[in-house]
Design a protein around this ligand. Structure first.
Ligand code: ATP
Ligand code: MG
Length: 553
């Protein structure tokens, strides 16, 4: 039972050694080695018979992979890629869902010193073409669900010269070689390239919530930079007798799935669960957590909202902590998790550019629902003004992370001006607005782009949405500002109704009446419109800018 971790060798200390959050923040020190390769890190464990991955197929097949078996397959792939000419710095794209080949491509690329480019299978040809061209990926791995879109994108673009089909035949495109994943094999021994911790390892495109996605280049140490927060939010070091099983339905092409869950689980030698699905299934998610003894599920707010709408009489006793983040977390979800899982909902905060820098940890302090938590030891997070001065308590400003930081990006790929513009002196500007209270908790206010200015007041959509979601008729809500002659902008709410609720004036009135009392007068949505489905990113984040476009049309 439990994990056998030699903490003296760990680049991130065991946080449970500190009785209090305050001492941990004071005494924490990174121990990042001079050379570090994330690919060599994640699969190499003394106890390599342990299950690294429980892979669930689309029709319920279960496949178990030990660390030893994964390491052999990753090495064999790395040798085959080297034989094909993949070198240090080359970009290797992978368009594949939660299946074993996806992380195998990452590990092989990291070991080669190449740069993995994770991409979602939900992307269409345009989205893929942009990312292939922008990243300059020469080789693309594509699973069956993505193969047609990849084919079209590769035909149109000119960067890619080889497509590898994962469990599917590669497309036939003039001038582009085709391979099958199962044929890319070589010796099962591979010596990982000696990389400096900051050498590029992964190029991740941001979610594209606010507009065109940005390619974020991160080094090998990016993984290590996530670990203190993973310890805090799961609280796993405090529970040495627990057999840790990590699971998230979040895509492994997204930083949240790959770097908050799968790779940290493997760094520590724990078990991760993967499930390949076409669309998020709330009941199946409960079922997986129950059947596979998941102890640390990461469920985004959107997922939790959907899970709250279905029957949830499952046996969830083994769950130790539910982790969430990526978008504002309505207070209602804390009650839902408490009632359903009987554990604390641990919210965390970060972005592709500097991930997991704020978190909760019930072992140290009680979360304040609505707040994202406190700065994670090892990271410096402050609220600043546009000149980089720290704001007093409770005063809103920009959420900023101090550089250098192992979890901080090196650059926006091909966009040096954008990279420069993200720094105010030593502070990286997250483009998110927030405030710190007297106890040091950070409260998310809004993305800078989403702030609504109405009659001179600044309104963050999240607080209004939080209140709307309390209403039984509301499954999800998004709030934007629309042009208004007298106010400049007025607050408008788009409502995705709960199952079975009709789009009627009576329902709208009932929602309006309920929220009127809970919100300040200027925050109150003067317009309510029902929508069958809110526009979201592939990771389920509401794209308010698309609702704004809809208003313009
Ligand atoms: P893009 O930058 O392309 O618009 P994105 O910012 O959504 O997309 P990510 O890097 O995946 O891309 O997401 C990070 C952002 O998600 C943060 O900057 C923040 O706005 C939001 N976020 C993350 N965690 C939280 C949280 N706990 N509460 C509120 N918002 C959060
Ligand atoms: Mg962003």
């Amino acid at each position: 039972m439990g994990l056998d971790i030699d903490w003296s060798e760990e680049p991130v200390p065991n946080l449970s050694q500190w009785d209090s959050y305050e001492t941990a923040r004071e005494e924490f020190e990174w121990r990042i080695p001079e050379t570090y390769n994330a690919g060599a890190d994640v699969l190499t464990h003394e106890d390599d018979d342990r299950t690294a991955l429980v892979q669930l197929g689309p029709s319920g097949e279960v496949e178990r992979w030990t660390y030893a078996a994964l390491e052999r397959r990753a090495n064999s792939l790395a040798n085959a890629l080297r034989a094909r000419g993949v070198e240090r710095g080359d970009r290797v794209a992978v368009v594949s869902p939660q299946r074993v080949e996806t992380p195998l491509v990452h590990v092989a690329a990291y070991k080669l010193g190449a740069v993995a480019v994770p991409l979602s299978v939900l992307y269409g040809p345009d989205a893929l073409e942009f990312r292939f061209d922008d990243s300059g990926a020469e080789i693309v791995f594509a699973a069956e669900d993505a193969i047609d879109a990849v084919e079209t994108a590769v035909e149109r673009g000119d960067a890619v010269d080889c497509v590898v089909g994962i469990d599917t035949a590669p497309p036939t495109v003039d001038g582009v070689e085709g391979e099958r994943f199962e044929d890319l094999t070589g010796s099962s021994q591979f010596e990982a390239v000696d990389t400096a911790p900051s050498d590029p390892a992964v190029l991740i495109y941001t979610s594209g919530t606010t507009g065109r996605p940005k390619g974020v280049l991160q080094g090998h140490e990016y993984l290590l930079g996530h670990l203190p927060c993973v310890q805090m939010a799961t609280t796993f070091p405090w529970h040495e007798d627990v057999d840790p099983v990590f699971y998230t339905p979040a895509d492994w092409a997204w930083v949240g799935g790959l770097y908050d869950v799968l790779l940290p689980a493997w760094h520590y030698g724990a078990t991760a669960v993967g499930y390949e699905f076409a669309e998020f299934e709330p009941e199946t998610t409960f079922q997986i957590i129950e059947n596979h003894d998941v102890t640390y599920p990461l469920l985004t707010p959107t997922m939790l909202k959907m899970m709250a709408q279905v029957d949830h009489s499952f046996d969830l006793d083994q769950v130790v902590s539910v982790v969430t983040g990526g978008e504002p977390v309505p207070q209602e979800l804390h009650r839902f998790v408490d009632d359903t899982f009987d554990v604390t909902l641990h919210e965390l905060y970060g972005q592709t550019e500097a991930n997991l820098v704020v978190s909760n940890c019930a072992e140290w302090f009680d979360p304040k629902p609505g707040s994202m938590g406190r700065p994670v030891p090892g990271h410096n997070v402050e609220i600043i003004d546009e000149d980089g001065n720290q704001m007093p308590d409770d005063e809103p400003g920009t959420i900023a992370v101090r550089s250098p930081d192992p979890v901080m990006f090196r650059e926006y790929w091909n966009e040096p001006d954008k990279t420069d513009a993200s720094f105010i002196g030593e502070w990286m500007d997250t483009d998110d607005l927030g405030a710190r209270d007297a106890d040091g908790y950070i409260w998310f206010k809004a993305r800078a782009d989403d702030v609504i200015i109405t009659a001179g007041y600044r309104v963050g959509p999240a607080e209004v949405e939080d209140t709307l979601i309390e209403h039984d008729a509301v499954a999800n809500a998004a709030v934007i500002g629309v042009d208004d002659e007298t106010r400049g902008q007025r607050v408008k709410a788009y409502i995705e109704p709960a199952p079975g609720v009709e789009h009627s004036d009576a329902v709208a009135d009932s929602i309006a009446t309920q929220v009127r009392d809970d919100l300040a007068k200027y925050q109150y949505p003067r317009e309510i419109e029902f929508i069958d489905e809110l526009p979201t990113t592939t990771t389920g984040k509401v794209q308010r800018h698309r609702l704004e476009q809809r208003e313009d049309e």
